[in-house]
Design a binder for this molecule. Structure first.
Ligand code: ZN
Length: 325
């Protein structure tokens, strides 16, 4: 079970009239390969004060210019992976699977140190980051968690690509549809209510994927140099090239949901609403997020009420904490 916090800490959180913000109990590091540059990179997740949010820090760059907040208005590029930049042009790439893990596990405040320009790809899913979070442990903080409540429908489409938000009473639900020409993928649809338990069991392990025919073009462009069957599902028509096959029958659409969790985490707060994606991408999810947040009538920021389903705000998640305390 998810190792959470001490009994005393839990009681303090349980009697509070709000859902607490959460950070890590201790710092934790990992080393891995960067998907696009192929370089080895070390990442350290550090606990952070309430209201810090998720902030990336490039330790290979001196001075104040090395910090980059993980926010929707800092997204510089999202064609292949999500790249964020600060005012000095310092960037961090491939943040989406780590962002998904932090949001999925209900972590509000963390400083992510990296000694290079890209988050390590690990196995192409969020599972290794979930493992790191669980090893570090989670600490409830004495500050209320706030959520962005969707107040009216917001939708953006581009040809057959559609992404939308509609209001929901409770929590964030994600409903995603894909339709690929490759027979090994085809049409898939899944929908989940996001809680740490659901994220860990149904979403986190789904790996990124690509088509065999796209690999030479990516390599020529100097991208995907760290990519291999160890960190992506590779599809060729009706074939899966990975020896061990898939982790779920619908691993592809589950990974698109994982990506959407990471993309929507750039809102800076959990979202209470219903998300629907049809063939949506990192870039299109960011278009939707900007459309929502740039319309003051479409949302409101409010303290998350105890019992509302959102990562670590749900009755189920609180019960889970109680069991493991
Ligand atoms: Zn992805």
């Amino acid at each position: 079970m998810f190792v959470e916090k001490s009994q005393a800490e839990f009681k303090a959180g349980a009697t509070a009239a709000y859902v607490p913000q959460r950070t890590l109990k201790t710092s934790i590091s990992c080393t891995g390969v960067a998907l696009h540059t192929g370089a080895k990179v070390t990442m350290t997740l550090r606990p952070a004060e309430p209201d810090t949010g998720i902030v990336f820090r490039r330790t290979d760059i001196a001075g104040r210019g090395a910090e980059i907040p993980a926010r929707w208005d800092h997204v510089a590029d999202s064609r292949l992976c999500t790249v964020i930049a600060n005012a000095d042009g310092v960037t961090v790439a491939t943040i989406e699977h780590l962002m998904a893990a932090l949001a999925g596990m209900g972590i509000d405040n963390v400083v992510v140190e990296l000694n290079g320009p890209e988050v390590p790809v690990m196995d192409g899913s969020s599972a290794p980051f979930v493992f790191l979070i669980e090893c570090a442990g989670v600490l409830a903080q004495a500050a209320p968690r706030k959520a962005i409540r969707v107040l009216k429908p917001v939708s953006r489409s581009n040809g057959q690509t559609v992404a939308s938000f509609t209001p929901a009473h409770d929590g964030l639900t994600l409903d995603f549809e894909i339709d690929f020409a490759a027979k090994a993928i085809g049409r898939q649809r899944e929908a989940f209510l996001l809680t740490p338990a659901t994220f860990k069991a149904e979403i986190a392990r789904a790996r990124t994927f690509g088509m065999l025919e796209d690999i030479p073009r990516m390599r020529e462009a100097g991208l995907g140099l760290g990519g291999s069957l160890d960190n992506a599902v590779v599809v060729n028509g009706d074939q899966i090239l990975n020896e061990d096959g898939l982790r779920f029958d619908t691993e592809f659409v589950r990974h698109k949901i994982l990506d959407a969790v990471g993309d929507l985490a750039l809102a800076g707060h959990p979202i209470v609403g219903h998300y629907h994606g049809v063939r949506s991408s990192h870039a299109h999810n960011n278009v939707l997020l900007r459309a929502l947040l740039n319309d003051p009538a479409a949302w409101t920021l409010e303290p998350l009420r105890p019992g509302v389903h959102a990562p670590a705000g749900s009755a189920a998640a609180e019960a889970e904490q109680r069991l493991s305390a």
